[in-house]
Design a protein around this ligand. Structure first.
Ligand code: AMP
Ligand code: TRP
Length: 346
C-alpha cells in the first residue's frame, strides 16, 4: 500500500497569534495547498497542558481558525478543524504513551523551558505533549509537517515513535497487508522560508513568543497599523547603519531579525534587502519595514475581524472539518487496534 503525500500541522489556541506564527508556519501552510492534500488543526488539547481560561480558550480557537482562513487556507479543498472534536487523537496518543520511553521525553527541551524550576507542579499533559503531537500527525499517516524551527525536536520524537511502533509490531503490520512493514510513515519536517525563527523585537536572542510579558516584543495578527508602527519604531537595534552584506549581520541579532522579517514579508532574500538598504540608518529602514508589514498584514487583520464577528460561521467550518478528519482518523485507529490485538467493532 503506497502512502499518499499528506501535510499536517497544528497551531495552539493560546492567545496572541503573532508574526512568528505567521511567517514560520501559516505562510507555508498556505503555499503547500497547491501541491499537497493538507490538514490544519487548532490544537486545543495541547493548549490545556497549561491553564486556559475557558471563555478565552473558546475565543482563541476561533481566532486561530480565523487567521487560517484570512491568510488564504481553503477549508473546502483542505481540512481545518479543532483537535478535541476528533477523539482519535487522544486515543492514539495513549498508545504512543506506551511506545515512547521516559528517556526520550526527558530530553525534550521545550518541556524543560515551559516547566521551569517548578517541575513537580507541571501537568502530566505538558510532559506527554510530544506524544500527543506525534498522534496528531500519525493518525492521518501524514508525511510532511510544516513548522517553525522550535518544533524540530518534537518532530524527531514523532519519527522515533513511528519507527518503534513499526518495529515492535512488524509481524502484525505485515499480516495486515503492509508488506513493507511501514504502517506509520516517518513524517518529514518542513522548516523552510527566510523566517523559521522570528525573534523578539525587544531582544534579538529570544524567540518571538505568545507568552512574552511585553506586548512590544511581538507583532500580533490583531494589531492595527498604528500599533504595528509603534512597535517597529520602538524595536531594539544597535547604533551602526545596516551592513551591505549578510555576513555583516552575524554578530548583530536585532539587525538580523529585522532584515529577516522584511525579507520574509516582501518575498525577497536578506542579501537582496541589504543590497537596497546597506548603509542606511535604522530609522529609514524601519519606515520601510512598517510599510511592508502593514500592507501585508492589514488585509489579514481586517478579514480576521470580520470572521470573529461571525462565530457561527467559524464554528461550522470547524465542525465540517472535524467530520472529514474523523473519517481518516477512524480508519487509522481501527487498523492500529487490529495490529495491537485489541477487540473492536469494525
Ligand atoms: P505555537 O504558537 O507554539 O502553536 O506555534 C505554531 C507554529 O508557529 C509552530 O509551527 C511554531 O514552530 C511556529 N512558531 C512559533 N513561534 C515562532 C517564531 N518565533 N518564529 C518562527 N516560527 C514560530
Ligand atoms: N507543538 C506545536 C507548537 O507548539 C503545535 C502542534 C501540535 C503541532 N501538534 C502538532 C505542530 C502536529 C505540527 C504537527 O507549535
Amino acid at each position: 500500500m503506497a502512502l499518499i503525500q499528506r501535510v499536517f500541522s497544528g497551531v495552539q489556541p493560546t492567545g496572541n497569534l503573532h508574526l512568528g506564527n505567521y511567517l514560520g508556519a501559516i505562510v507555508n501552510f498556505v503555499k503547500l495547498q497547491e501541491s499537497h492534500s493538507c490538514i490544519y488543526c487548532v490544537v486545543d488539547m495541547h493548549a490545556i497542558t497549561v491553564w486556559q481560561e475557558p471563555a478565552e480558550l473558546t475565543r482563541s480557537i476561533r481566532e486561530v481558525t480565523s487567521a487560517f482562513l484570512a491568510s488564504g487556507i481553503d477549508p473546502n479543498k483542505h481540512i481545518v478543524f479543532n483537535q478535541s472534536q476528533v477523539a482519535e487523537h487522544a486515543e492514539l496518543a495513549w498508545v504512543f504513551n506506551c511506545v515512547a520511553r521516559l528517556g526520550w521525553l526527558n530530553r525534550m527541551t521545550q518541556f524543560k523551558e515551559k516547566a521551569g524550576k517548578d517541575r513537580e507542579n507541571a501537568s502530566v499533559g505538558l510532559y506527554a505533549y510530544p506524544n500527543l503531537m506525534a498522534a496528531d500527525i500519525l493518525v492521518y499517516r501524514a508525511t510532511h509537517v510544516p513548522v517553525g524551527e522550535d518544533q524540530k525536536q518534537h518532530l524527531e520524537l514523532a519519527r522515533d515513535i513511528a519507527q518503534k511502533f513499526n518495529n515492535d509490531f512488524g509481524e502484525q503490520i505485515r499480516n495486515n497487508g503492509f508488506n513493507d512493514g511501514l504502517y506509520f510513515p516517518q513524517p518529514e519536517p518542513l522548516i523552510t522560508g527566510p523566517a523559521t525563527r522570528v525573534m523578539s523585537l525587544r531582544d534579538g536572542t529570544k524567540k518571538m513568543s505568545k507568552s512574552d510579558a511585553s506586548d512590544y516584543s511581538r507583532i500580533n495578527l490583531s494589531d492595527d497599523a498604528d500599533t504595528i508602527a509603534q512597535k517597529i519604531r520602538k524595536a531594539k537595534t544597535d547604533p551602526e547603519p545596516l551592513p551591505s552584506e549578510e555576513k555583516g549581520l552575524e554578530t548583530r541579532p536585532e539587525a538580523d531579525n529585522l532584515v529577516g522579517i522584511y525579507a520574509a514579508l516582501a518575498g525577497r532574500t536578506k542579501a537582496d534587502v541589504l543590497k537596497e538598504f546597506g548603509g542606511a540608518q535604522f530609522s529609514s529602514f524601519k519606515n520601510a519595514l512598517v510599510d511592508v508589514c502593514v500592507s501585508r498584514l492589514s488585509p489579514i487583520t481586517s478579514e480576521m475581524k470580520r470572521l470573529m464577528a461571525d462565530p457561527g460561521h467559524v464554528d461550522s467550518v470547524l465542525i465540517d472539518g472535524a467530520n472529514r478528519a474523523r473519517v481518516i482518523a477512524a480508519e487509522t485507529m481501527s487498523k492500529t487496534k487490529d495490529i495491537i490485538g485489541f477487540i473492536h467493532k469494525r
